[in-house]
Design a binder for this molecule. Structure first.
Ligand code: CP
Ligand code: NVA
Length: 302
């Protein structure tokens, strides 16, 4: 049966750790894995992207396959062809799909009708490829993932939701601090807690950023306004006190890693000073999108 990667929990803890280790190996020799030779992979992007699009296109090429970049407006989806028919048609040509879209439900529907593996390249609900690469980065820096504490400070968005589920599945502690009214999805919290029951991960949701970052090994942030929310209400004043700056990270562990998935709005969710202090790490995260996703594609598409 085909496997999809729509959610971190589509993989077991052991599979995630295996994919991270193979990603680290691929980083040493970019053309060492040619398992996509002769395969065509569709990359459907209904939202903008720099890192995800480039890392998947380059990754498929390095693995010997053909990447097909497909924008929302360029397919008949934009003229009302339904997901069910689109999935069945694409099954006749493609060996795998990578999809960035708005509705997670629609991604799940496409994965039902497309008969080969589908990778979630971001939905409004989750961003699992990002967290896979981030876990590789953390593993490279700290030599471990299990048992660490990750503090997410900012909007309870797709990235925050994914951190919660990842913590539950892999077995590390996640504390998410958001302003009131911006908490992560209840569904994600529920799923995280369900997995945490087995792995022993501690999951915390708070409105106090100092409490969240206390003794954290990783302090993580993301934009306050995600793609698709641009026209919504002005949020900035609700996020006062939630900027990851020098004052806040003083509460974290001494050798804290400050991470950001990018793109960044410096002066909002992260101060320019902290961003530049951790820029090497942040751009390493971006690079690791390539290696971790190649490893994932080897696992799913070969
Ligand atoms: N971090 C991330 O997914 O970036 P892009 O939106 O540029 O792909
Ligand atoms: N939360 C952000 C992540 C961008 C990579 C968004 O959805 O726009």
């Amino acid at each position: 049966m085909k496997r999809d990667f729509l959610n971190v929990s589509d993989l077991t803890k052991e599979e995630i750790l295996h994919i991270i280790e193979y990603g680290i190996k691929l980083k040493k020799d970019r053309f060492s894995d040619r398992s996509l030779k002769g395969k065509s992979i569709g990359l459907i992007f209904m939202k903008p992207s720099t890192r995800t699009r480039l890392s998947f296109e380059v990754g498929v090429y390095q693995m010997g396959g053909q990447p097909l970049y497909i924008t929302g407006s360029s397919t008949q989806l934009s003229r009302g062809e339904d997901i069910k028919d689109t999935g069945r048609v694409m099954s006749r040509y493609l060996d795998g799909l990578v999809v960035r879209t708005y509705s997670h439900r629609e991604l799940e529907e496409l994965a039902v009708y497309f008969d080969k593996p589908v990778i979630n390249a971001l939905t409004d609900y989750l961003h699992p490829c990002q967290i896979l690469a981030d876990l590789q980065t953390i593993y490279e820096r700290l030599g471990r993932i299990e048992g660490i504490k990750v503090a997410f400070v900012g909007d309870g968005n797709n990235v925050a939701n994914t951190w919660l589920i990842a913590g539950g599945v892999v077995g590390f502690n996640v504390s998410v601090a958001t302003p009131e009214g911006y908490e992560p999805s209840g569904k994600a919290v529920y799923e995280a807690l369900k997995h945490a029951d087995k792995t022993g991960a501690q999951i915390q949701i708070t409105n106090n950023p100092v409490e969240a970052v206390k003794d954290a090994d990783v302090v993580y942030t993301d934009v306050w306004v995600s793609m698709g929310q641009e026209g919504e209400k002005e949020k900035k004043k609700d996020f006062e006190g939630f900027t990851v700056d020098e004052k806040l990270i003083k509460h974290a562990s001494k050798n804290v890693l400050v991470m950001h998935c990018l793109p960044a709005h410096k002066g909002e969710e992260i101060s320019e000073e902290v961003f530049e202090e951790y820029a090497d790490l942040i751009f390493e995260q971006a690079e690791n999108r390539l290696h971790a996703q190649k490893s994932l594609m080897n696992f799913l598409f070969k």
